[in-house]
Every structure is written in structure tokens, then in C-alpha cells.
Design a protein around this ligand. Structure first.
Ligand SMILES: Cc1cc2nc3c(=O)[nH]c(=O)nc-3n(C[C@H](O)[C@H](O)[C@H](O)COP(=O)(O)OP(=O)(O)OC[C@H]3O[C@@H](n4cnc5c(N)ncnc54)[C@H](O)[C@@H]3O)c2cc1C
Length: 395
């Protein structure tokens, strides 16, 4: 076993939220190490497209900008979108958001997941990073003021004052700390792929709520679209079994040809979907961020955005406690972080779960109401403006 190392914070998980957490906490003046069980991300390759993309909200963009991650993303591949069209029965009737309704330049940016992670890792510079290494077990402190001991699969032991668990929805650290979760699986899978369509409006995101699940088209800078098609499990299995031409035909039909014909589709990947919320966001010596604390249905494109908001809050809470001369790793400080994040996270979890149930034929009357509601909102500019504002400023 290697000699124990001491430091302020160990971030476990080098996914989008963990890598950004390591940067934010380092920039806030803490000594930080990061542990990621996978290999370091591949550098961005313009010839490759990541089938997984994120709709990044303005608040997340500001965080990435402040951490110096944004320029590398902007120089690689990024697609701002200023309009969003959401409908259920007929594309021309649904809800249309325009960034200008809320005085913003963009509603958000479509960015490949791999690009965000690669750009964040690149900015880590000489931050100690244990890649290809599992955070295996933790010895928790018995008394306040003691450090947890984090044992890694390469034999190294870290003794940080605080462990930040960014180890995803299955969070082994959350389980080891005995933190309960509320969780259920959605009987749906999300199919992602890149597609070429014949007649889309530029810089516009589209989402249709089908009885079998929502279908989103997210614009790419080169005119392609990334799709996220969440479908009931049987339907998803059928769609995955189709050849490209048959899948493209189904996609055109499902989108009511709102973007014209589907000309090309890439290979497809599918993800199981669930809702998860941790009962507590902290234990002595441990704090949860990102999917380790909460996972949601992707219909609102909010999972990583919530994780980035956790990171911004955690860095602010810990540094203001430290600057005020208080113990920044004390349970009281971690509670303040949890209080600041829980309500907003729960609100988004409830909203997405409600939309899933409302549109999914699970509650037919609510579905009818939402169908009428979407069309009615369009005719009430102030209400639409308010929703557009929520879609940008609060995300
Ligand atoms: C189809 C789909 C579409 C989505 N679209 C959007 C979108 O448009 N916008 C948006 O904001 N969100 C979106 N999301 C949600 C988003 O993918 C997640 O919220 C995000 O990936 C969470 O990031 P994370 O870093 O918390 O967790 P993860 O991405 O799960 O990363 C966890 C990391 O921890 C590592 N790890 C785990 N255990 C250990 C261990 N013991 N030791 C070391 N390392 C460990 C893993 O290897 C992994 O790298 C979407 C999700 C899906 C499924």
C-alpha cells in the first residue's frame, strides 16, 4: 500500500459533473484530486460524432465559461439554438419558444457529451488525477473533524477532508455511506442517434410528445440533428431492431415530417431511464453531486444541468464558509449546500415525472389538458415569455 496522502477534497467520478466539480473546487482555492475508474477521455476528433449530446442551459454555459472550459468547446463543435417547438398532436399547433421572448441570445447550446468531458479534463492541467482507478472503499470518520480514508484499486489511500461523490446514478459511495434513495424505473428506453433531415428550421430544437414517449430533435452546427427518442420498452425494442431505412421512415412518421424527410440515420444506442433522488446529500466527510444525488427522465434535457448547478452551489458554499473562518467540511456547511439544492432539484424531478405521466397515456385526462394547454399557452405572450425565461435563466 502506498503512503496515505492528505488533501482538501477528493472528487470521485470524472464524468461531466465530476470533472467540472474538480475544476470549480480547485479554482475556489481547495487542493483537489480526482479519481475516475474509466480511462481519460479521448481528445475531440472532428471526424467523430458522439451520439450523446446535452442541451446546455445558459447557467451551465456561464459556469463552463468561468472555469475556462467554454473556449475549447466553442472552438470544436457547438450549436446554439434560439427556438424550440414542442407539440403533441399537430406541429403547427404546439408551443413555440423563442429566445428573444425572454431577452436571451440563445435558449441553450447542443454539445456532445464527450466534448464537454474532454474539454474539462484538458483544463484540469496538473491536478492529480487517478484515471483507470476505482474508488474501492471508504473508512468513515468516527468523530467530527477526522478525515475519511478513501482506498483506491491501485493501493493508494487518500485522506481528504471531504469526498465529493460524482460517481453517477448507481453511486457506489452513496451506497457505502448508507444513504437511502427514492427511485423507480420508467418503462421506457431512450434511443439516441444522429440524423440528417431535409427541411428543418435553422437553430431550432423540436420535441413531440407521443403517447409512447417524447421524441426530440436537437440541431447540430453542420445541419444534422441528434435525436433522443424515449419510447416504451416494447416500442423501443421494435425500433432498435429496424434497419436504417425503416427506422428513418418511422422517425419521419413520428415527427409528422415537421423537419421534412429523414434522409440518413447513424447507428443507434439506447439507455434505460429512471428517476432517483437521494434522501440526504451528505454524510460526515461525504457530499453528493450530479446523478449520484438525482437522476431524471431526459425529456427536459436537465440532468447534467442540475449537476452543474450542484457544483456551482457547492463551490460557493464551501468557499464562503472557509472565507468566514468556519469549518468548510463540517456537517453544518454540507447541510447548507443540500438545503440550497434540494428544492430546485426536486421541483425539476417532479416536473419531468409529471410530464412523463401526463403525456404517456397514463393519465388520459391530464394528457388532454396538456394538449390543449400547450396550444393555449402559445396565444398568451406573457405566459409564454415567462416559460421561456424559466427555460433559460433558471436552468
Ligand atoms: C438519453 C439521455 C439524454 C440526456 N440528455 C441530457 C441533456 O440534454 N441535458 C442534460 O443536462 N442532461 C442530459 N442527460 C442526463 C446526463 O446524461 C446526466 O445527468 C449526466 O451524465 C450526469 O453526469 P455525472 O457526472 O453526474 O454522472 P455520470 O455521467 O454517470 O459519470 C459518473 C462517473 O463516475 C465514474 N465512477 C463511478 N463509480 C466510480 C468509482 N467507484 N471510482 C471511480 N470512478 C467511478 C464513472 O466511470 C463515470 O465516469 C441525458 C441522459 C440520457 C440518458
Amino acid at each position: 500500500m502506498n503512503a496515505a496522502t492528505s488533501l482538501d477534497i477528493a472528487v470521485v467520478g470524472g464524468g461531466p459533473v465530476g470533472a467540472v466539480a474538480a475544476l470549480a473546487l480547485r479554482d475556489a482555492g481547495f487542493s483537489v484530486a480526482m479519481v475516475e475508474r474509466g480511462p481519460p477521455p479521448r481528445p475531440f476528433d472532428p471526424a467523430r460524432y458522439d451520439a450523446r449530446v446535452y442541451a446546455i442551459a445558459p447557467a451551465s454555459a456561464r459556469l463552463l465559461e468561468s472555469l475556462g472550459v467554454w473556449p475549447a468547446i466553442a472552438a470544436a463543435r457547438i450549436s446554439p439554438y434560439g427556438r424550440m417547438q414542442v407539440w403533441e398532436r399537430a406541429a403547427e399547433l404546439g408551443l413555440r419558444f423563442d429566445a428573444t421572448d425572454s431577452g436571451h441570445a440563445a435558449l441553450g447550446w447542443i454539445i456532445e457529451q464527450g466534448l464537454i468531458v474532454a474539454a474539462a479534463w484538458q483544463e484540469l492541467g496538473d491536478l492529480p488525477c487517478h484515471a483507470g482507478v476505482d474508488a474501492e472503499s471508504v473508512r468513515w470518520p468516527e468523530d467530527d473533524g477526522e478525515c475519511p480514508t478513501l482506498r483506491l484499486s491501485n493501493g493508494v489511500e487518500l485522506r481528504p477532508r471531504l469526498i465529493v461523490a460524482a460517481d453517477g446514478a448507481d453511486s457506489p459511495l452513496r451506497a457505502q455511506a448508507g444513504i437511502d434513495v427514492t427511485t423507480w424505473t420508467y418503462a421506457q428506453r431512450a434511443i439516441v442517434a444522429q440524423v440528417q433531415v431535409s427541411d428543418a428550421r435553422p437553430a431550432t430544437a423540436y420535441q413531440r410528445f407521443l403517447p409512447t414517449g417524447p421524441l426530440a430533435f436537437l440541431p447540430q452546427s453542420d445541419g444534422r440533428h441528434s435525436i433522443v427518442w424515449s419510447a416504451d420498452t416494447d416500442r423501443a425494442d421494435d425500433l432498435l431492431a429496424l434497419d436504417d431505412a425503416a427506422f428513418a421512415a418511422e422517425l419521419g412518421e413520428a415527427s409528422q415530417y415537421a423537419l421534412g424527410d429523414v434522409l440518413e440515420v447513424s447507428s443507434r444506442q439506447a439507455f434505460p431511464l429512471r428517476l432517483l433522488h437521494a434522501a440526504d446529500y451528505h454524510r460526515p466527510g461525504l457530499v453528493l453531486v450530479g446523478d449520484a444525488a438525482h437522476a431524471i427522465h431526459p425529456l427536459a434535457g436537465q440532468g447534467a444541468n442540475l449537476g452543474f448547478a450542484d457544483v456551482a452551489q457547492l463551490a460557493a458554499t464551501l468557499s464562503s464558509a472557509r472565507d468566514a473562518g468556519r469549518d468548510w467540511s463540517a456537517p453544518r456547511t454540507l447541510s447548507a449546500y443540500a438545503r440550497a439544492r434540494k428544492a430546485g432539484n426536486l421541483e425539476m424531478l417532479a416536473l419531468t415525472d409529471g410530464l412523463y405521466r401526463g403525456f404517456g397515456l397514463k393519465l388520459p385526462l391530464l394528457r388532454d389538458l396538456l394538449g390543449v394547454g400547450l396550444e393555449a399557452v402559445n396565444r398568451i405572450p406573457p405566459l409564454k415569455g415567462l416559460l421561456a425565461q424559466q427555460a433559460t435563466a433558471r436552468r
